[in-house]
Design a binder for this molecule. Structure first.
Ligand code: ATP
Length: 609
């Protein structure tokens, strides 16, 4: 029992020991757990602290963000408000600008209208006379120019007559003396250039005997400096300059053609194949004959559509083309001028303007014409081909005079078809077109008769437009006289044809003296100013005395003069200058030539040497 008890005790003791060890172990574990949980709790509290800091920081940042977003929102609202204010201000400004633009357009249109009305008031046919200076090597030559007035008066002296009898007065829109510069000459032409961009056709041509300065005025001398540029270059410069100033309202397309008329044949001076294109005369005749009618309705406004049309964007583009054209121009020499141009050269600038607002378009053209020399056949000592050239030149110049005269008289029939020159220029002569003629004079007394015939031609062109004939164009007497003129001209044209046929027959039969016959034909062929010149050389006033031989244009001039007299009889006479009061002959001449302008200023005349 004891043993059992001991055994039990030992067992209990060992179990106790086990329990104690378990307890110790548990305690250790508890301690370990406590230490672990303590470190954990420490870490947690650390982390918590960090989180706290982070959260505080984030909250602070959020608060700042909130604040910033609020201030941004306020800024945006403020900006929005100022923008909307500015937009509405801008809107009202744009509306005001739109109104102003509308006014600007109408003002521009009004401006253009007024400009063109002013040009029309100045006359659609203008004549400017330019006297070239004596050239180096012409020292000691006697001048025929006695007086050049500010307002277009000109007095010339007949070197073979003394005193009043040797004086003759003319009146043009403007007269430029020998010292006038190219720039001065262009000033009065400039106003016409704008009209081209306003849809008008403008024709500027130079007329005068060989060597009188036609090419100088139109183009300038060879290798001209900018100062020496002629009307052509200056006009083109202006055309491009004005088109630039209008670029907000108009887009312009400008193109160039250049042709010459040589012996009644139209030749393209800008043909791209390098050779001037020569149209067979029959073809040209048929072509232009039809074109004469079509030219007013053709949509592209081209009168010679077969000639090359070169688009250009600047003056230099045109200069290059003109150089090519000038090189191609037919030139040969006469006894008067080695560099004499025997053809009419026509530079045609076509401008199409597109209104950027309305998309409507307008077309205008500018014809710059350097006419061939108008010298008399006998004086330039030409024969054969040169004689033929001269005959063609004189015939076409005469036709040009007839057209301008008919236009100035407002005749229902304008004889455009009498020459290639007038056919090509048809759209730029008459109607709304504006024509400016430079009458070129050589001041040398040796050229007196040519100068007088040139001046008479010019007087015929300008006198009727500006003088009394225009205002009484509907008078019965004028109409009757003009009908007589037309029938006379028809008769003469028929006779001219007959003479030419006879000449041809004679020529074929080897009848020899072509020069003489040519001269006769020329005289009879209607070149009024040439005819006038041959008698004018002896006496200015033969027209008033009826001593002139029969010639179509002379008859025409006489008839026109009669009508002028008839009209002036019913008018209050205008004051006349001293010379006019003193001599009945001079009085008639002065009344005719000055269209009633008082030339008393001529008393204080100056003379060029
Ligand atoms: N205003 C001027 N100032 C200086 N020189 C001039 C003037 N006008 C003409 N000349 C000179 O006179 C000469 C003849 O002029 P130009 O060749 O222009 O005559 P043209 O009438 O055209 O002759 P053509 O009918 O033969 O062609 C040229 O040497 C030219 O430079």
């Amino acid at each position: 029992m004891k043993a059992e008890a001991r055994e039990a005790q030992q067992e209990l003791e060992s179990k106790l020991k086990e329990v104690v060890s378990l307890l110790t172990e548990s305690r250790n574990r508890v301690k370990e757990l406590e230490a672990f949980s303590e470190s954990k709790s420490e870490r947690w509290s650390k982390n918590q602290h960090i989180y706290q800091i982070f959260t505080d920081f984030q909250l602070g940042a959020l608060r700042e963000l909130k604040f910033a977003s609020q201030s941004i929102r306020q800024d945006i609202m403020r900006t929005q408000k100022s923008y909307s204010e500015e937009f509405s201000d801008l809107g009202s400004r744009i509306m005001a600008l739109d109104d102003a633009a509308k006014n600007y357009y109408s003002l521009l249109a009004e401006n253009r209208r007024m400009h063109n009305e002013l040009q029309e008031l100045k006359g659609n046919i203008r004549v400017y006379c330019r006297i070239r200076p004596f050239l180096p090597g012409q020292k000691g030559k006697q001048t025929i120019i006695e007086y050049v007035g500010e307002n277009g008066e000109l007095i010339v002296l007949n070197p073979t007559k003394q005193g009043k009898e040797g004086r003759r007065s003319f009146k043009f829109n403007k007269v430029y003396g020998p010292t006038a510069t190219q720039a001065e000459v262009f000033v009065d032409t400039q106003q016409l250039i704008q009209s081209v961009l306003d849809g008008y056709n403008v024709c500027i041509f130079a007329y005068g005997q060989t060597g009188s300065g036609k090419t100088y005025t139109m183009t300038g001398p060879d290798n001209a400096t900018e100062e020496e540029w002629g009307v052509n270059y200056r006009a083109l410069n202006d055309l491009f300059r004005i088109s630039q100033t209008r670029k907000t309202t108009f887009r312009y397309e400008i193109s160039v053609q250049m042709v010459e008329i040589y012996n009644e044949q139209v030749r393209d001076l800008l043909s791209t194949d390098g050779q001037p294109k020569k149209y067979p005369s029959l073809l040209v005749f048929l072509y232009l004959h039809t074109l004469g009618i079509l030219s007013t309705t053709q949509p592209n406004g081209l009168t010679v559509p077969d000639a090359c049309v070169h688009p250009v964007n600047s003056t230099s583009d045109v200069l290059k083309l003109m150089d090519i054209g000038l090189k191609n121009r037919a030139q040969s020499s006469t006894a008067l001028n080695q560099r004499s141009s025997r053809s009419h050269s026509i530079v045609s600038i076509h401008a199409r303007g597109i209104d950027l607002k309305s998309s409507s378009s307008l077309r205008g053209s500018l014809h710059l014409v350097d006419l061939a020399g108008s010298e008399r056949v006998d004086r330039s000592e030409v024969t054969g081909d040169r004689l033929k050239e001269a005959q063609h030149i004189n015939k076409s110049l005469s036709a040009l005079g007839d057209v301008i005269f008919a236009l100035a008289q407002k005749n229902s029939h304008v004889p455009y078809r009498n020459s290639k020159l007038t056919q090509v220029l048809q759209s730029s002569l008459g109607g709304q077109a504006k024509t400016l003629m430079f009458v070129q004079l050589n001041p040398d007394s040796d050229s007196f008769s040519e100068s007088i015939s040139t001046l008479k031609f010019a007087e015929r062109v300008s006198g009727v437009e500006l003088g009394a004939a225009k205002s009484s164009k509907d008078g019965r007497d004028v109409r009757e006289l003009m009908e007589q003129v037309t029938s006379l001209k028809d008769t003469i044209a028929k006779k001219d044809e007959e003479i030419e046929k006879l000449q041809l027959v004679k020529d074929k039969g080897g009848g020899g003296n072509g020069e003489k016959r040519g001269t006769n034909s020329l005289r009879y062929g209607g070149n009024g100013f040439e005819n006038a010149a041959s008698s004018d050389h002896d006496d200015y006033s033969e027209e008033t005395e009826g001593s002139h031989e029969s010639s179509p244009v002379h008859d025409q001039a006489k008839l026109a003069e009669k009508s002028e007299k008839a009209k002036s009889a019913s008018k209050v006479p205008r004051p006349l200058g001293k010379s006019a009061r003193e001599s009945p002959k001079a009085s008639t001449a002065l009344r005719k030539s000055t269209s009633g302008t008082n030339l008393s200023a001529a008393k204080s005349s100056r003379r060029w040497q």
